[in-house]
Design a binder for this molecule. Structure first.
Ligand code: MLC
Ligand code: AMP
Length: 503
């Protein structure tokens, strides 16, 4: 049997290949026949360049139907997909490419010059472009490639993708995701969320992370059904498109932004059977306000890059606000106390996960594998939670030092390392404080070095903007004379969160 995820998708495509798979916000419709040909062309072209199953293809491209087809073409050819957020800057990208050693890189025309320098330094043989309109050298050069392709044979444990996640040490790790991981999770979600013929998914998430790429697209592909594909989230465009959709997925910020528009009401959502939220905590206020305004109960689920989706509130039965629901079928979740034994329901502990959805390990980092898994194969999520008496999980905090802003993860250490190198900065602490739109806002607290040039907030922000993806840059920088510490000398970030959370 071929365990290639693409073979699973193909088996679900409608018999009538003229069925529409995707329509864009510009009214372009793509049928399953066109999808099949587009992915075959990319697979033929890339294998024609000499790429072999297992080789990595990195892409830092804006969302477009072609970007999705390129991902699917890579799956089809057995190549390993390495998506990169378009906000990443050159130093961030150089690290990922140096670590993953892709044989081909696809970038945006505007990033070509610096990406070319990186590829030359790292001796990466193929560099192509793809812009937000789905145009570029990739399209020009692959246009003549054969539009048929026999999907490559893959074993379930072969890699399908590598997704980089930052770490608490400030160094990113490549999460290795297999065909088994993706297939098991996609099948569980498709079933749990009751996807059925006629469903139309309104897709407004970015394509370079788990939520938009795997959770959303895989459900639509398994359903052999239609997606309305917006290049980005924009509340007014979403309100216009909702009446033609049946399912919508988003990070909490999307729901906050929809509610912020007074015109958003029951008429917009009448056709929607399911609103799903994830990637960050959905505030109970947002959950309740949405129910009040629209009459719809948002289904909240929980997951992470390394594990795909872990739990979900039910389709039928009670969706409890402030919880992320019971474990998905085939996923085992433990909440463990400090002694390593599972705690009773109602008690708080570390969340551990095991199942076909969980990554086999990190790319070329055996030491991280040893740290992040227990002896009996459970993955340590770094999230802290509790089960209620009905088996619903609530996330109550994180043992990892992480800020989630608008659904994007920011690891404070990465920013602190840059701040600490600045002249005038003795030390720093980066925290997340409540933010009405992004959920949490990245905030820096820096200690002024005695006698050195004064640290200026705008200059710190400008320096960080030149080096880091924009969403990681602190919204505020507070300059202080010292940081609060506990008896062990550890910086008390909870004290800082209290102090600056109100500002
Ligand atoms: C943009 N900005 C952000 C930000 N996004 N700041 C903090 N947090 C964010 N998430 C800032 C930019 O730096 C810029 O600032 C300004 O906002 C305008 O940028 P923009 O790109 O025009 O913003 P906008 O389009 O409004 O984007 C906001 C957003 C977007 C919420 C629509 O961030 C988004 O789509 N987030 C979804 C993230 C996601 O898909 N997460 C899933 C991860 S998978 P300046 O100063 O530079 O002008 C995962 C697993 C799981 O977590 O369980 O799903
Ligand atoms: P990422 O590394 O981008 O995949 O982010 C995964 C992290 O997002 C998880 O470890 C959680 O901390 C957080 N997360 C995802 N979904 C939820 C949710 N519904 N509620 C709270 N936190 C969430």
């Amino acid at each position: 049997m071929n365990h290639n995820l693409h073979a699973l998708f193909e088996s679900r495509f409608p018999l009538d290949r003229d069925t529409v798979f995707l329509e864009t916000d510009h009214g372009v419709a793509v049928t399953f026949r066109e999808l099949d040909q587009a992915t075959a062309r990319f697979a033929s072209y890339l294998t024609g360049l000499g790429l072999k199953p297992g080789d990595r293809v990195a892409a830092q491209v804006e969302k477009s139907p072609q970007a999705l087809f390129l991902y699917l073409g890579c799956l089809r050819a057995g190549l390993v997909w390495l998506p990169l957020n378009t906000a990443y800057q050159s130093a961030e990208v150089e690290y990922f490419l140096g670590n993953a050693e892709p044989r081909a890189v696809i970038t945006q025309p505007k990033s070509l010059a610096w990406t070319d320098e990186i590829c030359t330094r790292l001796v990466i043989p193929h560099l192509l472009t793809l812009d937000e309109h789905g145009q570029g050298t990739l399209m020009e050069r692959s246009a003549a490639a054969t539009a048929t392709f026999d999907t490559a044979m893959r074993a379930a444990d072969d890699l399908a993708a590598i997704l980089y996640t930052s770490g608490t040490t400030g160094r990113s790790k490549g999460a290795m995701i297999t065909h088994r991981n993706l297939a098991s999770n996609a099948l569980a979600l498709h079933k749990t969320w009751g996807f059925r013929p006629g469903d139309v998914l309104l897709h407004t998430l970015p394509l370079f992370h788990v939520h938009g790429l795997f959770v959303a697209c895989h459900c639509a592909l398994l359903n052999g059904g239609r997606m309305i594909f917006h290049s980005r989230f924009e509340a007014a465009a979403v309100m216009r498109a909702l009446p033609r959709a049946t399912v919508f997925m988003g990070v909490p910020t999307y729901y906050v932004r929809l509610l912020a528009d007074e015109k958003f009401d029951r008429a917009h959502v009448a056709n929607i059977r399911l609103f799903i939220s994830g990637s960050a905590p959905l505030l109970t206020e947002t959950f309740e306000a949405f129910r009040e305004r629209t009459g719809k109960v948002i289904l909240e689920r929980y997951g992470m890059t390394e594990t795909g989706m872990i739990t979900s509130n039910p389709l039928e039965g009670e969706r409890k606000g402030g919880t992320v629901g019971p474990p998905l079928p085939g996923v085992s979740v433990l909440v463990e106390g400090a002694d390593g034994a599972p705690v009773k329901s109602g008690e708080i502990g570390d969340i551990l996960v095991k199942g076909d959805n969980v990554l086999p390990g990190y790319w070329r980092m055996p030491e991280k594998n040893a740290e992040e898994f227990t002896a009996d194969g459970y993955f340590k999520t770094g999230d802290v939670g509790r089960f209620d008496e009905d088996g619903y999980l609530s996330i109550v905090g994180r043992s990892k030092d992480l800020v989630i802003t608008g659904g994007y993860n920011v690891y404070p250490k990465e920013i602190e390392l840059l701040l600490d190198e600045m002249p005038g900065v003795a030390e720093s602490a980066v925290i997340g404080v409540p933010h009405p739109d992004f959920g949490e806002a990245v905030t820096a607290v820096v200690v002024q070095k005695a006698g050195a040039t004064p640290v200026v907030e705008s200059e710190v922000i400008a320096m960080l903007k030149s080096k880091l993806a924009n969403f990681k840059v602190p919204k505020r920088v507070h300059v202080v004379t010292d940081l609060p510490r506990n008896a062990m000398g550890k910086v008390q970030k909870n004290v800082l969160r209290q102090q600056y959370g109100k500002a």
